[in-house]
Design a protein around this ligand. Sequence first.
Ligand SMILES: [Zn+2]
Length: 443
Amino acid sequence: MPESKQRVSYFYQPDVGHFYYGPSHPMKPHRIKMAHHLILSYGLYRKMEVYRSHPASPAEMSAFHSEDYINFLAKVTPDNLRGYSNQMQKFNVGEYTDCPVFDGLYEFTQLYTGASLDGAVKLNRGDCDVAVNWSGGLHHAKKSEASGFCYINDIVLAILELLKVHARVLYIDIDVHHGDGVEEAFYCTDRVMTFSLHKYGDFFPGTGHIKDTGAKEGTGYSVNVPLTSGMTDDAYEKIFKPVMDKIMEVFRPGAIVLQCGADSLTGDRLGCFNLSLKGHAECVRYTKSFGVPTLVLGGGGYTIRNVARCWAYETSVLLDTKLPDEIPYNDYYEYYAPDFKLHLTPEQRENLNTEASMESVRIDLLTQLSGLRGAPSVGMGEVPPDFETIRESTRENDERTEAREVRDGDGENDGGSGDDVRGRGRTKDGKGERKDHEAELAG
Ligand SMILES: [Zn+2]
């Protein structure tokens, strides 16, 4: 498919930026709102279809997460948490963890998860080629456990949705942290390949060794690129592109999920890489160039002015649009002081990833990928239908996914992969009711 013809759908729910993890917590949902306003002020909404996404229901979340964990998240609040101390320990939530109980926690998970599911459904129906949800990408969450600021794993849920239609899904993770929750969920299957580039060694979450390549049917299908501090644009590209080329050759995914965690940028509050926006976005541009249906998600990112810069710029890359380096005036203009420029200059510091270490990693991974038997296929008739029966009907979904700005009208469902099993009946389910939330927003 020609790159220029790729249709981009963008999913956003205005409340998602109003949640607050707490005063000293580095995760700031406000960055998603800042990114959105920067995207608007650059006029990018005119080149894509912008949707207000639906909040995910407990039934949708239960495709991956355990019901007792979902019930707990739905009930616990800052006011009643004393009654939940056993469960808080069991589910790794609360003041002694990095996953606090905050006002509206469950609603926040519903919003970022619903947007990823909406993107996956849109891709499955062939209604767009690229779907974007900057509020998603919470890659550390486990089946029954919160981890690393993540509670519900929207990525795993979106991949499960894509697997209804596509025999093989590729997951790419350029966050500075290992994409452990997604890797773990699909560690034993050859239908999902996970490809994570991350800082490894004395760094959260501690997993992602190059020798962790998968198990059982999934042996060889987990691809880990362990890196160290100071990673530059050039060195990153030299590992990303050859490994990506080999993955596309041997795995031939029907869909891709790209997690664009912005904590791999230079100057991140928690990260230790030295990438510019251009180096980070080159992974986005290169992934898009394969013309495979792609769900693009956010992730980490703790210097929030740079997170907004990054995701606005990457939206422009997905739209093949050049942006001026001058930040346009917008509601959060003062955050971009003192230079009010879009692009970042990497720091003058050493890249501790040596040529020799990078070459060794590259060779090991190409060898791992060459050893695979070739792209696995599945009899799609065997794909269990349970996820569809609990998901809201697509028609109902469309009604609630109100288009706020539609450029060329909705495209026809023009098919796509030969692995397509779309068109099954979907049954109606609950509405995922949404409550108003008074956000406490710190400056
Ligand atoms: Zn991260």
